[in-house]
Design a binder for this molecule. Structure first.
Ligand code: OOG
Ligand code: NI
Length: 317
């Protein structure tokens, strides 16, 4: 089984009584994601078939519109209520985005399971800095967020049901957003849907625990990886290594009756290496808290491109 993310004996609160409900919600978010994204489903099945044992998630990620209570907080409140702790902020000035990540509570039950039933994942939530968009784009985003009433209160519910909290947009509105921010266009049609799950590669058991070998295996199996800035994204300290697939597309019916293919979600892989003070620990004693934690802004900047038109329209590898 997978080792827990949390340091044993820490003072962090536990999900406790609400844990079954909390995991059930994550499970529903995941099932929406797997039904819509055949590449993510196929890759999870493939890795499972090789590993023959449990598989752990490093993190889950969501996107939001940073306006009128529809930003990071709208989704974060659910995780904070179930024991998560807010960690560092990441800023992406060129993309007009910011993000926060949240660390999981010390988990009690079920952490020997697989995926959502394994150790609780970190949560990564980003938001578009809507105030920095053009007036036309702001008008569209405000129109849909405002038309949803109090939809921002039900972010986790919308995500687990696979519903938008706002009305479907016109195709021209999607195009307007896409011309300025692919993130904005993605969020308009996907709302609070799970953007990606991330497989924790160092917690795999076979040769696939080496992210470079996992990447090779994924590509040899016929899947495309996001090549923006190189397939493997490595933090300056070398200890956080990430890669991701190119997002699947889904057919979306706009409110004017136009049906077009739009980017949906992708799957990510992350290998966290052991921190320098612990590098001589025997493999069997290494726990998740001995490894590099957090996220890396330069890598994240390129991972956002997993849903971009440029990556989706690439031919071959
Ligand atoms: C998030 C991209 C960043 C990471 O792990 O750094 C990211 C997104 O595409 O919304 O997932
Ligand atoms: Ni990620």
């Amino acid at each position: 089984s997978c080792s827990s993310t949390s340091q044993h004996g820490s003072q962090r609160s536990s999900v406790q009584a609400g844990e079954a409900f909390f995991r059930g919600v994550l499970e529903s978010m995941q099932s929406v994601y797997l039904n819509r994204n055949p590449t993510a489903k196929a890759i999870l099945d493939l890795v499972h078939s090789v590993e023959n044992s449990s598989l752990c998630y490093d993190h889950l990620a969501f996107r939001t519109f940073g306006v009128n209570g529809y930003g990071i907080d709208s989704m974060a409140s659910f995780f904070l209520d179930y024991g998560y702790t807010q960690k560092e902020e990441l800023r992406f000035p060129a993309k007009k985005l910011r993000a926060l990540w949240f660390s999981p509570p010390a988990d009690s039950l079920a952490s020997s399971g697989s995926g959502i039933n394994g150790p609780l994942p970190r949560i990564f939530i980003s938001e578009l800095l809507v105030d920095q968009m053009s007036p036309q784009t702001q008008e569209i985003i405000r129109k849909y967020t405002e038309s949803s009433g109090d939809g921002n209160k039900y972010a986790a519910l919308a995500s687990s049901l696979g519903l938008l909290t706002w009305e479907k947009p016109l195709y021209s509105e999607f195009q307007q957003l896409a011309s300025e921010s692919e993130y904005a266009a993605w969020t308009l049609v996907n709302g609070y849907a799970l953007n990606h799950v991330t497989i924790s590669t160092h917690r795999l058991k076979t040769h696939l625990k080496d992210i470079k070998r996992l990447n090779q295996f994924i590509e040899d199996s016929g899947f495309r990886l996001n090549s923006e800035g190189g397939v493997l994204k490595v933090s300056p300290d070398g200890l956080l290594q990430q890669s991701s697939t190119v997002a699947d597309s889904i057919s979306f019916q706009f409110s004017d009756g136009i049906t077009e293919s739009v980017p949906c979600s992708y799957i990510e892989f992350a290998e966290r290496l052991v921190l320098p003070p612990y590098k001589n620990l025997p493999d069997t004693e290494v726990k998740e808290f001995h490894r590099r934690d957090g996220f890396e802004v330069a890598s994240a900047d390129k991972i956002f491109e997993s849903t971009s038109k440029e990556q989706l329209s690439r031919v071959g590898s």
